[in-house]
Design a protein around this ligand. Structure first.
Ligand code: ZN
Length: 166
């Protein structure tokens, strides 16, 4: 597993310092194919706004603005890099697998399914940092959940309170 650990440090350093898709979508109107969601992790102080542009089938654009620790920034950056352009079904699969890996700890990191996102599997050994890594994923989960419903009015913030960190 030492390779995975090296890769983790490399990726978190790289994406933490040079985050991809680190921008806002101007005029992001809820209900016009573009949704944004804010997230906050009080344990660490990470703040996030995640922007998703989708026709309901594909994530056409995905980007974020935020400030926080390297794990949070790297996780947000890699989320946008990996999921942008993918179809929603595929996105849900990767998202569920990622959250399961970090919150239940029952799933062994699967490089096949998660690709380089599997490097975050080690974060679950540091419960205080789990929310740093899951924050952007919870925001995406919240957006996708409201996509399925009729005209969403829920524009509230998420704080990833569902995560068991004890
Ligand atoms: Zn953090």
């Amino acid at each position: 597993m030492s390779n995975l650990r090296d890769l983790y440090q490399e990726l978190v350093l790289d994406h933490g310092q040079n985050p991809r898709n680190n921008r806002a979508i101007d005029d992001c109107d809820h209900g016009k194919g573009c949704t944004h969601r804010e997230g906050y992790n009080p344990l660490c102080g990470d703040k996030l706004t995640l922007y998703v542009k989708s026709d309901g089938k594909t994530l056409d654009d995905l980007c974020f603005e935020g400030s926080g620790c390297a794990i949070f920034t790297a996780s947000s950056s890699m989320l946008t890099e990996v999921l942008k352009g993918k179809n929603i079904a595929e996105v849900r699969e990767i998202m569920d697998e990622f959250l399961e890996m970090l919150t239940t700890g029952e799933k062994v990191p699967d490089p096949e399914g998660l690709g380089k996102l599997a490097v975050f599997g080690g974060v679950k050994d540091f419960p205080a940092r789990v929310k740093c890594a899951t924050l952007p994923w919870r925001a995406l989960e919240s957006i996708l959940a409201s996509e399925g419903q009729s005209e969403g009015t829920d524009d509230g913030a998420v704080d990833s309170n569902n995560d068991q960190t004890g």
